[in-house]
Write a protein that binds this ligand. Structure first.
Ligand code: F6R
Length: 609
């Protein structure tokens, strides 16, 4: 969805902002713009619908030397996709430019009031009402800092704003319920702001996560490049700061053609490091706190892939810990008046920690007095800040829009918690047994990754088919759902995940020689699953089996057989099969020539409901 980058410092700000915006392309957008203070002290603005490259092309023949700049990628909500509706919105006379993420819910009434006060609007966006408020407040005689605060106070809904002021070359930013992060490089005297820490990687060595309603003030040329204020103008300490390594730049794809593939290949290493983090590293304390939370029932709430991770985690908690578990997608949960008790535990799973529906569900649970726990990737995100306890999944930045490594780490984090609860606490024996298990999983995934060409060959045979049914029983059912989601989002082909025994209750009517059944077969309920495959085969469906190695019957029934070694993996085997699905979806998408890292219509972080 929309992206924001602002920069202030000695190097050419426009270059930094454009590079930042390019990094945010993965979030999905339909237009882009930039505003900056030129060397002859004019406020300039360029905005273009379509790709960022259109904007870069527009700027190519201009001599630009700017020390402060703000930029934006827009994902249209109010008003069509036009150059004019793109951000920044600017008042040239006052030397003010602004960008906005989110939705201003009271835009209609504010606009009416401002028009009555003589403010002129140039776009159809809700965002421009914030500029209107700034103009109004400055006309009332307020200084820019005060004008930003007063304007912000009038806004309803979840939003983040960044304002560039020509007069002083300062940048202000403020948010309510929308992501915003600041960064600093003290050595180069640079300060940045963005809606996504990824834009700051490799540029800022310190990252700041301000809380809602904290005004961030970026200024150049004095000792304090970055200051935080409360809405009454006093200094604020409501922010988290952390140092960031400058060596690791997740923006690099390295030897891989796509970020998604790179992220699939990162999984073994990430899996190996998880027990260390939770038993000996920084995660120990949060895991201990999580174990102490009340948990008569467990409500697991999330969206998309994170929800499917929740379905796997549900199996751990019900089968191993015998804790009743209610998984639900956040967009339904939040409006359903769910039955919640104080002794229940609310678990939220999210890669970004900024998914609007998941945040709303968390808010709902918090209001009942329940304890809230997150399994989350982004430290400092809204979910991270709002939950009582957070279990970080340590997946590193995930850039491919289709979630891969985050799913694996979410499930393993859930498994780790379930194991510690079952063990009655943390000890070396448990650590060693989990580390051995996770290591075996990592090793098997490495073997699978070596077989990527074999999976590519299968993909090459089936990618033109008209529809895909992923089927599985028990623990493999959520993996069937996740496999189908992965395929549809990156390859744009119709795919559904089904419980293997459920197909004959309707969807089997669709099976013919143009439909593929990706059958996920585990050692449990083996015969029953094979019978389900027979039913599809009898109706001429194409069968791809991902199942135990060395099985004659599978070899006979399958058009394509991807044999795998389940030995010793036990309850972690769904994660192993899931990597086959990730690779299959990747290769099918590659054959179809889609935009794998930035699939159409999708956004990495869904900050609207
Ligand atoms: C699918 C995918 C989405 C996300 C969902 C939740 O590959 O990435 O389904 O899983 O939008 O996002 P987070 O985990 O950021 O809350």
């Amino acid at each position: 969805m929309c992206g924001i980058v602002g920069h202030l410092g000695p190097q050419n700000s426009v270059d930094v902002v454009l590079e930042g915006l390019k990094r945010l392309e993965y979030r999905g957008y339909d237009s882009a713009g930039v505003s900056f203070i030129s060397s002859d002290n004019n406020l300039k603005i360029y905005k273009k619908k379509g790709k960022i490259q259109n904007l870069i092309d527009e700027l190519a023949d201009k001599e630009i030397h700017a020390r402060s700049s703000i930029g934006h990628t827009r994902w249209a909500t109010h008003g069509g996709v036009t150059d004019n509706n793109a951000h920044p919105h600017v008042c040239e006379d006052m030397g003010i430019a602004m960008v906005h993420n989110g939705i201003i819910e009271n835009a209609g009434e504010l606009r009416e009031f401002l028009i009555g006060e003589g403010v002129k609007f140039k776009s159809e966006t809700d965002s421009e009402t914030f500029l209107g408020l700034l103009i109004y407040n400055v006309k009332q005689g307020k200084e820019i800092k005060e004008a930003v605060i007063e304007s912000f106070k009038k806004i309803e809904g979840f939003s983040a704003f960044v304002v560039l002021n020509k007069e002083t070359s300062e940048i202000f930013s403020i948010k309510n319920g929308a992501p915003l992060v600041c960064g600093m490089n003290e050595v180069n005297s640079e300060v940045l702001v963005s809606s996504d820490p990824y834009a700051l990687a490799g540029i800022a060595n310190k990252i700041y996560f301000p809380e809602d309603q904290v005004l961030c003030h970026l200024s150049a040329g004095n000792a304090n490049l970055l200051n935080f204020y409360e809405l009454d103008g006093s200094k604020s300490t409501r922010y988290i700061s952390k140092s960031q390594s400058m060596d690791h730049n997740p923006a690099e794809k390295g030897e891989f053609e796509h970020f998604m593939l790179k992220e699939i290949y990162e999984q073994p290493e990430l899996i190996r490091s998880l027990t260390q983090f939770y038993f000996q590293g920084e995660g120990k304390e949060s895991l201990e706190q999580a174990v102490d939370l009340p948990r008569t029932n467990l409500h697991v709430t999330a969206c998309g892939t994170a929800y499917y991770a929740g379905l796997v985690i549900k199996d751990f908690f019900e089968q191993i810990n015998r804790i009743p578990c209610r998984p639900e997608v956040a967009s339904e949960f939040r409006y359903r008046d769910p039955i919640l008790n104080k002794d229940d535990l609310a678990l939220f799973i999210s890669q970004s920690g900024e998914t609007a529906d998941t945040l709303a569900a968390q808010e709902l649970c918090k209001k009942t007095g329940m304890k809230t726990l997150s399994i989350v990737n982004t430290e400092g995100s809204t979910l991270f800040r709002d939950c009582n306890v957070n279990l970080l999944i340590r997946a590193g930045m995930e850039i491919g829009v289709a979630s891969t490594k985050a799913f694996t780490q979410q499930v393993l984090t859930g498994r780790t918690l379930s194991a510690v609860i079952a063990n009655g606490g943390m000890d070396d024996n448990l650590k060693n047994s989990l580390a051995t298990k996770y290591s075996l999983l990592a090793e098997r995934i490495e073997e699978l990754l070596e077989r990527s060409d074999e999976i590519r060959t299968v993909a090459g045979e089936i990618y033109r088919k008209q529809g895909f049914f992923y089927t599985g029983r028990g623990v493999y059912f959520p993996i069937a759902l996740e496999g189908a989601l992965k395929l549809k989002e990156i390859a744009y082909v119709h795919a559904e995940g089904y419980a293997a025994g459920e197909l004959k209750h309707g969807p089997i009517a669709l099976i013919d020689e143009e439909k593929v059944n990706v059958a996920l077969v585990g050692p449990e309920l083996y015969e029953k699953t094979v019978s389900n495959i027979q039913e599809i085969k009898a109706r001429k469906g194409i069968i791809v089996v991902v199942g135990p190695q060395g099985k004659k019957d599978l070899e006979e029934i399958a058009d394509y057989y991807i044999p795998i070694n389940f030995d010793g993996l036990e309850e972690l085997s769904p994660l192993y099969i899931n990597v086959v699905n990730q690779l299959l979806a990747y290769h099918i998408a590659k054959f179809l020539g889609t935009d794998i890292d930035k699939p159409r219509n999708l956004a990495k972080s869904v900050t609207v409901e």
